[in-house]
Design a protein around this ligand. Structure first.
Ligand SMILES: [Fe+2]
Length: 289
């Protein structure tokens, strides 16, 4: 899931989605985007995952992509991702059940994931993160779009994002990010936060065991982008520095020419706490009154 306002409706017409529930949840999310942060109620944005409605094709697409990605990620994926995927019981056998994922996840870090119909407005997305909850799409891409899909599905959201939520440092980082982003109205800081999300949660690299590994969901869920990130000579791989990350613009529609490399998730959590303190102070200060 991204903090994006663009919604794709292409995957709403699947048996697993009840369109009346999806429309109501989406209408509420749009309404919440106009409300003050304390009145945003994330419960009404949720839709149930009726797991028994997934088709044979859905399970087959999930399993095919899972196996293909794991063949690369066994070598190139962060240990934190690989351990996390195992801990939340992701397998090639079937589309994951969110109740099974949550039973494991909540015991480890207190995070949970619930279904939503599609992209949420940014403030709503931040309200979820601030409560240690992650909105995930529950649909599965069609078999003829296995290689690339412009909008998120359960493969991007649950396979790509959720395993990292088992790590205590990453889990703290993401909640702190959500709390800070929720209260930030200054457009300069809003843009800086979007860049931070992009270069970490979506496209982050990390040093592990003496080499570079993938952890950002955009790299975890895409074979081409993951390979390019690690092995292309055209990529500039910079050491993570929060200020520099926040000052770096990004473009969405091609492979990333600049990436940032963490030394540890503790480094990310610490940098975020410092930045969040600054943003919370700004939000509660006289300038925001
Ligand atoms: Fe994402």
């Amino acid at each position: 899931m991204h903090d994006d306002t663009t919604r794709g409706d292409g995957l709403l017409h699947q048996p697993v989605i009840d369109s009346a529930e999806a429309l109501a949840a989406n209408a509420w999310a749009q309404e919440c985007a106009t409300l003050p942060a304390e009145r945003i109620d994330i419960e009404r944005m949720k839709i149930p995952q009726r797991w028994e409605r997934y088709t044979e094709e859905n399970h087959r697409v999930w399993g095919t992509i899972f196996e293909k990605r794991m063949a690369q990620l066994g070598r190139d994926g962060s240990r934190v991702f690989l351990d996390g995927a195992e801990a939340i019981r992701l397998t090639a056998d079937a589309v994951p059940r969110l109740d099974v994922v949550n039973a494991q996840l909540s015991a480890l870090t207190g995070w949970q994931s619930f279904g939503v119909p599609g992209y949420l407005p940014p403030k709503c997305f931040f309200a979820w993160l601030a409560q240690r909850q992650f909105p995930t799409t529950i649909s599965v891409r069609p078999a003829d779009q296995m290689a690339y899909l412009p909008e998120p599905d359960i493969i991007h959201d649950v396979f790509g994002h959720v395993p990292l939520h088992t790590d205590p440092q990453f889990a703290d980082f993401l909640q702190t990010y959500g709390k800070a982003a929720l209260v930030t109205d200054d457009p300069v800081h809003t843009e800086r936060l979007a860049r931070l999300f992009w270069f970490t949660v979506e496209f982050g690299l990390i040093h592990e065991d003496g080499r570079l590994k993938l952890y950002g969901s955009g790299l975890i869920s895409s074979e081409g982008e993951g390979h390019h990130a690690l092995y292309s000579s055209e990529v500039e791989r910079r050491p993570f520095d929060l200020e520099q990350v926040c000052d770096t613009a990004f473009e969405i529609h091609h492979y990333q020419p600049i990436l940032y490399v963490l030394e540890s998730f503790e480094q990310l959590a610490r940098a975020m706490r410092t930045y969040a303190d600054r943003l919370l102070e700004l939000a509660s200060g006289p300038a925001a009154a």
